[in-house]
Write a protein that binds this ligand. Structure first.
Ligand code: GN1
Ligand code: MG
Length: 360
């Protein structure tokens, strides 16, 4: 089975045992790898009566799985009595009431399958608008909670200063040959120390809210004809954050002209129509919530998230690819290069974007 660590036979056996833990006594009609997440192993599972998402949980990355549930409980409590126009699918509890099923020392989760469409890039500004509005509505619904009431699921997850230090340390220790090409992009990222300074300044003045922290376009499910969002998914990193994290990851994954895996270098750019649609959706959802400083930070968010993701990919390449799975040896380097080109495009258009933010 492509992309699966298990053979089809092993997976069938695992699945039957797992379904037993959920009290589901049905045959498996279909089981196939699903989605394009990097961290967990995700499968689509079809039984005669229901569709599910089955996920092999990555506990090397999420070393405190219990914190995810604790954060989501706090969020759920805050959402009581509020109406969100989309679902937030939570793990189905096992018959013993756990959100994880443990089998052979591995953790698994079962989710209800949400019907609809998942895409890896936006075709239209309207799709961008819908995604942004939904993530904005999520932040708004959580606005009475402070980020301090959440437990960090991964320490310093979007801390640009920390990720920059990790990159510098990896560079010092790395055994990877320091080719001219590598050093060209290393120098590019070293110059982004200016963004690190800006990051520090924003952290001194902006509210620490509850944010989603993984607002990639494939973490929303659209309805069949792209008129609305059926669900916001992948809630593992819901925790404390700045609004520019969520807006920035939308810019990075929605307003880009190429996906982060693309090596079509000349085509990596920023689509200003989609950027504007993102702004519109985010502001519409959050207009009564955001402070002027937070609105001002949105331009920075796109640059910062392209930078942090590029730094993380490059760090992983220097470390020997121990975090992000790769399909070929240079993939993490290529991902870092892709993000650098996106960051360059954002920086070239900074003034235009700042204008758009001002009048939005
Ligand atoms: C990872 O697994 P996935 O694709 O949802 C990563 C995100 C990155 C993303 C890059 C826990 O998310 O931070 O934005 O890859 N998640 C973790 O595509 O590291
Ligand atoms: Mg994720």
């Amino acid at each position: 089975m492509k992309d699966s660590p298990y053979s089809p036979q092993e997976m069938a056996l695992i699945t039957n045992q797992l379904l037993g833990m959920y009290g589901i006594d049905e045959e498996v009609i279909e089981l196939k790898p699903y989605g394009s997440g990097h961290i967990h192993k995700t499968f689509f599972l079809y039984t005669p009566s229901k569709k599910f998402i089955l996920q092999g949980f990555n506990k090397a990355v999420f070393t405190h799985p219990d914190r995810i549930g604790a954060n989501l409980q706090a969020v759920q409590k805050t959402l009581e009595g509020q109406h969100l126009p989309f679902e937030l699918p939570l793990p189905i509890p096992t018959i013993t009431g756990e959100s994880f099923a443990t089998l052979n020392g591995e953790l698994f989760r079962l989710f209800p399958f949400v019907n609809g469409l998942s895409i890896n890039s936006a075709e239209t500004p309207h799709q961008a608008y819908l995604a942004s509005k939904s993530f904005g509505e999520f932040i708004k619904a959580c606005a009475s909670l402070s980020g301090d009431q959440m437990i960090p699921v991964i320490d310093g997850f979007h801390d640009l200063a920390l990720r920059y230090r990790q990159f510098e340390n990896a560079l010092k220790a790395s055994q990877v040959p320091k080719t001219d090409e590598l050093m060209h992009w290393v120098k590019f990222y070293q110059k982004q120390v200016l963004l690190v300074r800006k990051y520090r300044r924003y952290t001194e003045i902006l509210p620490w809210r509850v944010t989603h922290n993984d607002t990639k376009i494939n973490n929303v499910i659209y309805d069949a004809d792209f008129t609305k969002i059926n669900a916001v998914i992948d809630l593992d990193t819901v925790m404390g954050g700045y609004v520019f994290y969520d807006f920035g990851d939308l810019v990075r994954t929605v307003a880009c002209t190429e996906e982060e895996s693309s090596t079509d270098w000349e085509k990596v750019n920023i689509d200003l129509d989609k950027y504007e649609a993102l702004l519109q959706g985010f502001q519409e959802a959050l207009q009564e919530v955001l402070s002027p400083e937070e609105i001002d930070s949105l331009t920075f968010g796109g640059e910062m998230m392209a930078c942090i993701m590029g730094l993380r990919f490059l760090t992983d390449y220097l470390n020997g690819n121990i975090y992000y799975p790769i399909k070929y040896p240079m993939q993490n380097f290529d991902r870092a290069k892709n993000q650098a080109l996106l960051l360059m495009a954002l920086q070239e258009k900074r003034e235009l974007i700042e204008q758009m933010v001002k009048i939005s």
